[in-house]
Ligand binder design. Structure first.
Ligand SMILES: [Fe+2]
Length: 271
């Protein structure tokens, strides 16, 4: 049982917070992971590493994928900015999903630690950057009116959290291992256990929304969302690694999940 179980209202929306935009001080020099003065500040996205907009086995992509050719737009200052967040934007329990929505007891399920580094395309840490997550509870149920899966809600678990990366680009969450859930995409369709991640990085060019999976999940080969990403090695970058070093004795298993925001080693976007 963790100490100091807190009681606070759950986070209202996910993703939830926006701040003032940041602008690099000197637009003629590289700054952070952007290079505003250098023309092509970012490598083009390699679409062999990301899911296509329309992926037949993932049926709903047919309803929301573009019907017209995409229109390239010139890179503008607005692409090179991002909301800025300070420590005041984050509450002390926002990173701990086992405590940030507690009403009267600890949430049910397997407590886990999920941690990793957020890196730019050159492997440099992305510092002081917002990381948001959301997930189902241990029974595979979201706190959402659309989710009518016949599984119990947990009154002590809301399933959303956020934190800032530190100077090494590292984030850390404490949460409950999410359960698999059915999603009616096809007969007997079940999503593998996963945690949704949303990241801003240092600019909107590095915006990433993705999903983290767990090693050895037997549902992964059957999941059209996971398999939307065409490249096998890219898919592997969405699977966390069990870490005995991140595991805390008598308390929680640890999983490591590094995230690369752009470049050839980029973590794939979710479909
Ligand atoms: Fe999900």
């Amino acid at each position: 049982m963790p100490e100091n179980i807190g009681t606070r209202p759950p986070i209202a929306t996910v993703p939830a917070i926006m701040g003032k935009p940041t602008v690099p001080n000197d637009l003629t020099k590289p700054s952070g992971n952007a290079n505003p003065g250098g023309g092509n500040a970012f490598s083009p996205r390699d679409w062999t590493q990301h899911p296509p907009y329309d992926h037949g086995p993932y049926r709903s992509t047919a309803l929301r994928s573009p019907r017209q050719p995409l229109i390239p737009i010139k890179q503008a200052l607005s692409n090179l900015t991002a909301p800025a967040f300070g420590d005041g934007s984050i509450d002390a329990l926002d990173h701990d999903l086992t405590r940030n929505a507690v009403v009267n007891a600890a949430p049910l399920g397997e407590r886990i630690i999920v941690t990793g580094r957020v890196l730019d395309e050159d492997g440099r840490p992305v510092r002081r950057s917002l990381v948001e997550i959301w997930q189902a509870n241990a029974a595979g149920r979201y706190v959402h009116k659309v989710d009518q899966h016949d599984a119990p809600l947990d009154p002590n678990f809301f399933g959303a959290g956020r934190c800032l990366t530190d100077d090494d680009g590292r984030y850390r969450f404490v949460t409950i291992k999410p359960g698999a859930y059915p999603w009616r995409n096809h007969h007997n369709a079940w999503r593998p256990a996963h945690i949704h991640f949303s990241l801003f990085g240092h600019s909107f060019e590095s915006r990433l929304v993705t999903q983290m999976y767990f090693p050895g999940d037997p549902l992964l080969p059957l999941d059209p969302i996971y398999n939307c990403t065409p490249d096998e090695s890219a898919r592997q970058r969405m699977i966390s690694t069990f870490s005995i070093d991140r595991t805390e004795p008598e308390w929680a298993l640890g999983y490591e999940f590094d995230i690369v925001l752009r470049g050839r080693n980029a973590t794939p976007m979710e479909a």
